[in-house]
Design a protein around this ligand. Structure first.
Ligand SMILES: [Zn+2]
Length: 277
């Protein structure tokens, strides 16, 4: 009887602890990676690279979902879903095998599931699914917002028809770095230059460790090792400053660094429903 009472007491005391541990494990930060298309390039000279300096002519276009106990963040929106209508590569050199909306069904998600959406920048291969987002908070740099949503969009590389629907979402307009969930585990880092308000994403994954997703700070490995700036960037000097800033952060936090468009890297990654945590 006494022993049973002790057991019951111990259980009563320990159970909340045990269940709290289980919850903590369930809610650990997770990163899901998706194949949101690819781009075939006839030449790489626009990226500040001579054609004989690299054999790479194919860029992968990923999308990412970050699951945090306080909500779901979509980072980058891939190729326009209409690209999936063509089998293989279309005339513009774009490919998309399965739409993102189709792919996220494996996680029991739909396009209304996101709490937050953020894009490294507003080029077509990063906001392809933007108009399909129906209910989320948009996190965007002020400079990107002002350029992308200007009354008359003058940036020749922005296609407002691809992302006009985002205007209806609640927006958190930021200037600089932003701690998304308030615990330092997911931070948007301003890295202007590729576009006026380009940004990269820092994640502190409990098991995989610190990781930075590049946006288009670099497209090729050579862009990073040789600090090459594409000719179509909004501002070359700002780009070089952004490279300095992000590389300092990589060092300081001992972070891994993924060049988002790096097809060779992408082929080594596990895709959703598998995840990094
Ligand atoms: Zn891109």
């Amino acid at each position: 009887m006494f022993r049973q009472a002790i057991t019951t007491l111990l259980f009563t005391l320990l159970f909340p602890l045990l269940s709290a541990t289980a919850l903590a494990e369930d809610s650990a930060l997770k990163l899901y990676v998706f194949d949101c298309g690819s781009i075939r390039l006839p030449t790489v000279v626009d990226f500040g690279i001579q054609d004989d300096e690299t054999k790479v002519r194919e860029l992968v276009v990923p999308c990412y979902i970050i699951e945090h106990e306080k909500g779901l963040l979509l980072w980058d929106g891939g190729m326009p879903s209409s690209t999936a209508k063509t089998e293989g590569y279309d005339e513009e050199g774009g490919r998309l095998d399965r739409t993102f909306a189709e792919q996220i069904k494996t996680l029991n998600l739909d396009m209304g599931s996101f709490d937050f959406v953020a894009f490294s920048h507003f080029h077509y291969d990063h906001v392809g699914i933007a108009n399909e987002i129906t209910d989320a908070e948009l996190i965007i740099q002020k400079a990107e917002y002002e350029s992308a949503f200007a009354e008359k969009v003058t940036n020749p590389y922005f296609s407002p028809e691809l992302y006009a629907g985002l205007k209806d979402l609640d927006a958190t307009i930021i200037e600089g770095d932003f701690d998304v969930f308030g615990d330092g585990s997911v931070e948007i880092i301003s890295a202007y230059g590729h576009t006026p308000g380009h940004q990269v994403l820092y994640l502190n994954l409990p098991n995989y460790g610190p990781l930075i997703l590049s946006g288009d700070l670099y497209h090729f490995r050579l862009s990073r090792t040789d600090r090459r700036v594409p000719s179509f960037n909004h501002d070359a000097r700002m780009t070089l400053k952004a490279m300095d800033k992000v590389e300092a952060l990589v060092k300081e936090r001992k972070a891994k660094f993924w060049i988002e468009h790096d097809m060779a890297l992408f082929k080594t990654l596990k895709l959703a429903p598998a995840y990094y945590d």
